[in-house]
Write a protein that binds this ligand. Structure first.
Ligand code: FAD
Length: 481
């Protein structure tokens, strides 16, 4: 419980309390502290960071990202960009290619920073891709301010409408009507696959568009030395602003907390019912209980004695690789997961940080990170299927393995109660829960001074701190002014 005694942390009152030191909890605490409020965070784990932590999951000397690894959202976050995190050791590293998507014929589609250079490699879809991305890339800051937050009247209505018309469509329909080549469609399907939704669902196109735009506007970097550096920088800055962080203390009930004018929960609805249920009206508890969680992640990490032997040279230039093959294959695999089944050839999201950040492994050795989607709470071991997908595009991969770590949905949830059934986004991000999450009240609850600041609020999953920032602004206005 780092530097605090139990009587102190249980009895000394502060202006605001944050439960949970994930990126959103830390972001909320920073916003409160820099507005002059005294704030204390209580974190169940012995380290800060929630979904942005690193550790030696395989062998000594190999640092793995336990959850998040690729950070277009952190680098592109309008909130993080206002913080001096570089002064607290945070450095982002970019690979020459942001994302590579290999195919069975040995080629790969790639996303690089320049729209022009990306579109040049997309054959018949060259102008379709360029015409789609350019207007949004040119006005990314205006667009981001309208789409990365709670729903409200857009400040740039024509731009937002142009984006919205495309974003509201299903990724499948959008890719089929916008692109002619299967490889471009597959590239887009891989981006939209980050939604954890079946790609024939409305608004899955939004995920493909935003992640594609982020590659062109900010890149898809990894954090030097691991994602823990993001959390450590946030925590160190928070402490410099006067914030207190108490680790290794799980909050079981609001009654365990000292008095505070505001309590912000970096928790998902299920834990909020557990921790605060007795203080909430039945109708609100019922609404929280109806909140839907999405599919889970099956996460793997490897220590390798050599880089992955990709057939396509482009793959060795990219930190992130999408393994799913053709458009039809990715669409089918995500549809299976959504209907409660397991894909034989799952869509695999993979990151190979040590090619660009050798500090994470002994000299000449490498780490590898990957996950695939599985039904919520799945107990099926996907090890073989994930490794088959890697081997398919990198024959000889298995010969490089020194050790592996396997973390299925149950283990993910054991390590962080917010990962309900392995859901990494704090709840399904389907259209009805995209903007009005977890309820129409967003960050507020019927209990005076109680707020929600986790990825179960807009704009949802990812390491960007925006849920925490927006919740803190609401708490400052309603309870701390
Ligand atoms: C396998 C995996 C891969 C991912 N990959 C990426 C990626 O590459 N890029 C990206 O941007 N995002 C990624 N994400 C998603 C990202 O990690 C989350 O969206 C983000 O961490 C959400 O932040 P949060 O603060 O809302 O919640 P969390 O990060 O989940 O933090 C919640 C914190 O609250 C604590 N807590 C819970 N209950 C209690 C309690 N009762 N008392 C005290 N503390 C409590 C938890 O221990 C945890 O530290 C990934 C997630 C996972 C799991």
């Amino acid at each position: 419980m780092a530097g605090f005694n139990l009587a102190y942390v249980k009895n000394t009152s502060v202006d605001a309390i944050v439960i949970g030191a994930g990126p959103n909890g830390l972001a909320a605490a920073i916003e409160l502290a820099r507005s002059g409020k005294s704030v204390r965070i209580y974190e169940a784990n012995d380290t800060v960071g929630g979904g942005a932590r690193s550790g030696e999951l395989t062998l000594p000397g190999f640092t793995h990202d336990i959850c998040s690894a690729v950070h277009p959202l952190a680098l592109g976050s309008p909130f993080f960009s206002t913080l001096p995190l570089d002064q607290y050791g945070l450095e982002f590293i970019h690979s020459p290619i942001a994302l590579a998507h290999p195919f069975d014929d040995g080629t790969a589609a790639v996303l690089v920073r320049s729209v022009e250079a990306t579109s040049e490699k997309l054959g018949r879809d060259r102008s379709a891709y360029r015409d789609l991305m350019t207007p949004f890339v040119e006005r990314w800051h205006d667009l981001a301010s309208d789409i990365l937050g709670p729903p409200r009247l857009p400040r740039h209505p024509f731009l937002a409408a142009r984006f919205g018309m495309r974003a509201i469509r299903s990724a499948k329909a959008f890719a089929e009507s916008t692109f002619r080549d299967d490889k471009t469609r597959a590239l887009f399907a891989g981006l939209a696959g980050h939604s954890f939704l079946a790609l024939n669902q409305l608004a899955t196109s939004a995920f493909g568009l935003v992640l594609g735009l982020l590659a062109h506007t900010n890149g898809w970097p990894v954090a030097k030395a691991g994602s823990q550096s993001i959390s450590n920088a946030l925590a160190a800055y928070c402490k410099d602003l006067g914030g207190e962080i108490v680790t290794d203390l799980r909050i079981e009930s609001l009654s365990d907390l000292p008095s505070a004018k505001a309590i912000l929960c970096d928790l998902t609805p299920r834990q909020i019912v557990r921790v605060a249920g007795e203080f909430l009206p039945t109708s609100f508890r019922r609404r929280l209980s109806r909140y839907r969680y999405g599919p889970g992640a099956f996460k793997m990490d490897w220590a390798l004695n050599a880089p992955v032997p990709w057939r396509s040279a482009e793959c060795s230039q990219a930190a992130t690789i999408h393994l799913g093959g053709s458009f039809a294959e990715i669409v089918a695999s995500e549809e299976l997961v959504s209907s409660g089944q397991h894909a034989e050839k799952p869509f695999v999201l993979l990151c190979q940080p040590t090619l660009f950040d050798p500090s994470r492994a002994p000299q000449g050795k490498h780490t590898l990170w990957a996950y695939c989607h599985v039904p919520n709470g799945s107990q099926v071991d996907m090890t073989e299927r994930i490794e088959n997908q890697i081997e398919r595009f990198a024959p000889g991969f298995r010969d490089c393995i020194l050790a592996r770590s396997v973390i299925g949905p149950a283990k993910l949830e054991q390590r962080n109660a917010n990962l309900v059934g392995g859901d990494i986004n704090g709840g399904s991000q389907h259209l009805a829960q995209m903007f009005t999450r977890p309820t129409m009240s967003l960050y507020s609850t019927p209990k005076k001074g109680l707020y929600i600041c986790s990825s179960s609020t807009p704009p949802g999953g990812g390491v960007h701190g925006l849920c925490g920032y927006h919740a803190a602004r609401v708490a400052l206005r309603k309870s701390l002014s």
